[in-house]
Design a protein around this ligand. Structure first.
Ligand code: ADP
Length: 564
């Protein structure tokens, strides 16, 4: 901030050789990185160095303060164009500095300027940012004999800060689970606002059709593009199409310059835009789209800006490919569910009819010998098939919510003992002992049919995957507001690398299939669906040998979805 301080600057403590030849001073000043300008008490430029000439840009060696009443004052160096340079000075908000606000004028008035920030650059070009120090120069008697200004180019530092800010804003825009067009617009706004590009577009590619489609557009407040985005662009056409075809960023410093594609120049000039930059969005595997920005000024390519944009594009690419994968997975699940429902319904009706007819035929006492055996086999297999179809339909219905739970007070102890009793013959046939440890009554709110199905699945698996003569433990207990059911066996176990897939549909462990144990891979997904619909959790613990399944169910039933 500029400070008002009219006391003369303190003399340096270091000795200054009074007889230092002028060439040394000139060489010193001329070679400083900081721009330096000195003026006399009337504001006439006495001296400015090379860095100052560069700051004033476009090769103009110029004094940049000359009062109207002294037209000769700017002629100290060649090529002076005072009005042009003064007109290039801007406040950080972009507004022009008026005569009285010029830093040298302020310094002459005795104001001590420290860390003042100005923007400097010719019209139509992106200005550079300078930190300005300045003060009056006084003689021994304290009389002002001129003023001194130094300017340090801090454009890169400011840009780096804006880059960080921009990257953060882009990350935020991409973490929200917004639709692609919303997230795209947020990214364009994040970049456009921070890098002062008033117009941006996001294009997404359809690689099969070789076509780009508009996905998002952002226009800075105060800018009004007149044309809508084209509804498609073939690969190679327009700036985005060119980027796709070349698979590399493109930067047009001045779209009005000769050689620029006429359609790009025409579009940009209609919007009052001068520069254009576009970067490809891609993952290592595929091309995804293009990010395009337009600037209101002529702007030379900057490698740091391109690097930033490429980083943003990579971020957008990851977001879009993740989104595509999610959409695809959702679509696949829908398709699979539709398929299962279709097949299930189509199979269930004929199977029901086969089962009822075979059962009817089997009641015929005259049926004997091989015919009876054949019919019993048809009946058995039709029943097995019907059980699979029922499991498939139950699973799809429970997962999608199409099947409602019939909730009411249930005694889980009773359900567990009924299930154990029903499985006792199978267990006995394999010499497997089932030990039950349960309270006399354990009431909770649930669907009795589904909870029985759950108990059957877990206990049947424990029996099925136990070796002959093995033990199965069924423990039921109350733990606070939960009922905990644990089914433990000392059987096959599940190979370590296959454990993450244990609740996936149709998963069958290699240990089970290698021993020829039959199954469908539907029981555990079904068990999990039932548990989750009751608001509970199911977990697997792996022992050596054996497996243990623990189900926790809230005694009050599924809190948030009553009736389901
Ligand atoms: P399945 O009809 O094949 O038993 P499940 O969905 O019930 O289908 O189980 C999926 C797979 O998980 C089984 O094929 C089996 O490999 C494994 N599995 C389930 N429970 C046990 C268990 N208690 N012990 C060992 N493996 C089990």
């Amino acid at each position: 901030m500029a400070q008002r301080d009219i006391s003369p600057a303190k003399p340096s403590k270091h000795p200054f050789p009074a007889d230092l030849p002028q060439q040394y001073l000139r060489a010193l000043i001329e070679n400083l990185d900081s721009a330096v300008v000195l003026c006399d008490p009337k504001g006439r430029i006495l001296l400015f160095n090379r860095a100052m000439a560069v700051a004033c840009a476009s090769g103009t060696t110029a004094s940049w303060e000359r009062t109207e009443d002294d037209p000769e004052s700017g002629d100290l160096r060649v090529g002076v164009d005072v009005s042009r340079i003064s007109g290039c000075l801007r406040n950080p908000d972009g507004s022009r500095l008026v005569q009285g606000e010029l830093p040298l004028s302020k310094a002459l008035r005795g104001e001590r300027i420290r860390d003042h920030e100005i923007h400097l650059g010719p019209d139509g070009r992106r200005p550079r940012t300078y930190r300005v120090h300045g003060e009056a120069v006084c003689n021994e008697t304290g009389r002002t004999v001129g003023a001194l200004l130094t300017l340090q180019d801090i454009t890169e530092r400011r840009l780096a800060a804006r880059f960080g800010d921009c990257e953060l804003a882009v990350s935020e825009a991409l973490t929200v689970s917004a639709p692609v067009d919303e997230a795209g617009t947020a990214v364009l706004a994040a970049v456009g606002t921070r890098l002062s590009w008033p117009y941006g577009e996001l294009w997404l590619a359809d690689e099969v059709e070789e076509m780009l489609y508009p996905a998002a557009r952002w226009v800075a407040p105060g800018h009004q593009p007149s044309d809508p985005m084209p509804d498609r662009l073939p690969r190679g056409e327009g700036l985005p199409g060119e980027v796709w075809a070349m698979s590399a960023p493109r930067w047009y410093a001045d779209v009005a310059a000769p050689g620029v594609h006429p359609s790009l120049a025409a579009t940009a000039s209609r919007f009052g835009l001068r520069s254009a930059v576009a970067v490809p969005i891609r993952t290592p595997e595929q091309f995804i789209g293009v990010l395009t920005f337009f600037g209101a000024t002529v702007e030379e390519p900057e490698s740091s800006l391109l690097a930033l944009l490429s980083g943003v594009a990579a971020h957008v690419g990851q977001f879009l490919s993740r989104r595509r994968a999610d959409d695809l997975a959702l679509e696949l699940t829908r398709t699979r569910d539709d398929f299962l429902a279709l097949v299930g319904h189509e199979l269930r009706t004929p199977l029901t009819s086969i089962v009822s007819h075979t059962e009817l035929l089997l009641t015929d006492g005259e049926l004997s010998g091989e015919n009876r055996l054949l019919l019993e086999s048809v009946d058995r297999n039709a029943n097995a098939l019907r059980a699979i179809v029922t499991d498939l339909l139950d699973l799809a219905g429970l997962e999608s919510g199409d099947i409602s739970l019939d909730l009411g007070p249930v005694d889980l102890s009773e359900i567990v003992s009924a299930s154990t009793a029903a499985l006792a013959p199978v267990a006995e046939a394999n010499d497997v002992k089932i030990q039950v440890d349960a309270p006399r009554v354990l009431s909770l709110r649930g669907d009795p049919v589904r909870l029985r199905q759950l108990a059957d699945e877990l206990i049947a698996n424990a029996v099925k995957y136990s070796p002959d003569g093995g033990d199965v433990g069924v423990r039921l207990e109350r733990e606070g507001d939960l009922a905990a059911l644990t089914v433990t066996d000392g059987g096959l176990g599940i190979p370590e690398d296959e454990r993450p897939r244990v609740f996936q549909r149709f998963f069958r462990s290699s240990a089970g299939t290698a021993r020829g144990i039959s199954g469908t891979g539907l029981g555990l997904p079904l068990a999990r669906a039932i548990v989750e619909r009751h608001g509970g959790t199911i977990q697997v613990q792996h022992a050596n040998p054996g497996t243990s399944m623990t189900v926790s169910l809230p005694l009050d039933g599924p809190g948030s979805s009553p009736g389901k």
